[in-house]
Design a binder for this molecule. Structure first.
Ligand SMILES: [Zn+2]
Ligand SMILES: [Zn+2]
Length: 136
């Protein structure tokens, strides 16, 4: 059994293939139930309304949506922030303009491989973002 600090509350817990301690898992499960219930009752709600009504952070609701636990297919006003600029979107991790900007940045980064040194920081960020993009 290996011990680790829970990334959410910092408490020491037995990791056992879990991302966080059992208290936090329970709390998140409750948060999920609250959000799902609220959305069932108010299909026209926005993410801000769900957050205000349930007290669950937008960040956590976004996670539920990305994990596929909360479906926004039947909630026409639900959306979540783009990972890069925060604009509200309904699919992928980023909005269209961030996606096309990153694709362009990646292309120019690949084109100027020889100038790698001063590009390092930027392309590291770009590669990470593009890796995320590839999953979708
Ligand atoms: Zn915890
Ligand atoms: Zn964006």
């Amino acid at each position: 059994m290996s011990l680790g600090n829970c990334p959410r509350c910092g408490k020491l817990y037995a990791m056992n293939f879990r991302d966080m301690c059992s208290d936090c898992m329970k709390e998140i499960e409750e948060e999920y139930q609250q959000c799902a219930k609220y959305l069932r009752e108010s299909k026209g709600a926005t993410i801000h309304e769900v957050s205000e009504a349930t007290g669950v952070t937008i960040r956590q609701i976004t996670k539920f949506i990305r994990e596929g636990r909360i479906s926004i297919a039947n909630a026409p006003n639900m959306s979540y922030p783009c990972e890069v600029c925060g604009v509200l979107i309904r699919e992928n991790n980023m909005c269209d303009s961030c996606r096309s900007r990153l694709t362009k940045e990646l292309r120019s980064a690949a084109a100027s491989e020889s100038e790698k040194d001063d590009q390092d920081k930027k392309s590291d960020y770009t590669y990470k973002a593009v890796e995320k993009l590839r999953k979708y």
